[in-house]
Design a protein around this ligand. Structure first.
Ligand code: KIV
Ligand code: NA
Length: 276
């Protein structure tokens, strides 16, 4: 199987073929997402909420990211693996930003990084791209700035905010990103952005007109502990299914129904007699 690369994103944008992307944070889920034929796997810093038990993405560190990206890349044959740059890992200095992005490729084995922000990160994006590191942008609702945005809400709703989003998207494109995630922006604005930009847009809560779509896999599977956002369609209820399996196990152990003879290993009767 041929690996999905940034060229696949460019081609899809040109031909109008939709790109599918989902998150994964560990080896088994990466294998399943890849086997399902999803084009790209984002090891998002949603890791913090989905599997580390944090209330936001802010506590997630570079070491956390690299650890989980490594697990994911070990499970993937075809999908392009993109590693999220966590809070403050690309702001302190150009040098630190490059080293951190480099770790995601060199130690993690990912094929690209993703980072949040517009014009303010364009110089950093340019430097990464110049170093051979493909970068995916992320605009609209950017969870690492949650304290500044004052809550998880739809972005770009008034004219000034919409114009800023357009300017930010163009700045990212000029800086060399191969795609931009649009999170929680009005459907018509995501459409305008997709029509205006040369690079692919990947929507999450941004309507059907984007080049591709992404969801947090734990939301989609119904195995998220917190509350899932409105845009996250649930395709399964694994939480309920897991609780059912676990309580059945407990009941069977308490009642003596498990383990049964088929779960044990026998030994010859004569040997047993000697031992007694
Ligand atoms: O961390 C993440 O999962 C993300 C996606 C929601 C785009 O950034
Ligand atoms: Na993220």
């Amino acid at each position: 199987t041929q690996k999905v690369t940034t060229a696949y994103f460019r081609e899809a944008k040109k031909t109008g073929k939709r790109i599918t992307m989902l998150t994964a944070y560990d080896y088994p889920m990466a294998r399943m997402v890849d086997e399902a034929g999803i084009d790209a796997i984002l090891v998002g810093d949603s890791l913090g909420n989905a599997v580390l038990g944090y209330e936001s993405t802010i506590p997630v560190t570079m070491d956390d990211m690299v650890h989980h990206i490594k697990a994911v890349t070990r499970g993937v044959k075809r999908a392009m693996v993109i590693g999220d740059m966590p809070f403050l890992s690309y702001h302190v200095s150009r040098e630190e930003s490059l080293r951190n992005a480099g770790r995601i490729l060199q130690e993690g084995g990912a094929a690209a990084v993703k980072l949040e922000g517009g014009r303010e990160v364009a110089g950093t994006v340019r430097a990464m791209v110049a170093a051979g590191i493909p970068v995916m942008g992320h605009l609209g609702l950017t969870p690492q700035s949650i304290h500044q945005m004052g809550g998880y809400k739809v972005q770009g709703r008034d004219e000034a905010a919409a114009q800023k989003l357009l300017d930010d998207a163009r700045a990212l494109q000029e800086a060399g990103v191969f795609a931009i995630v649009l999170e929680c922006v009005p459907v018509p604005l995501a459409r305008l952005l997709t029509e205006t930009l040369e690079v692919a847009t990947i929507g999450i809560g941004a309507g059907p007109h984007c080049t591709g779509q992404v969801l947090v896999t734990h939301d989609l599977l119904g195995m998220f502990m917190g509350k899932s956002p409105k845009f996250a369609k649930r395709y399964a209820n694994l939480h309920q299914e897991i609780i059912r399996a676990l309580t059945t196990y407990r009941e069977e152990v308490l009642g003596g129904a498990f383990p049964g003879p088929e779960h044990g290993f026998d030994m010859p009767e004569e040997m047993l007699e000697k031992l007694y």
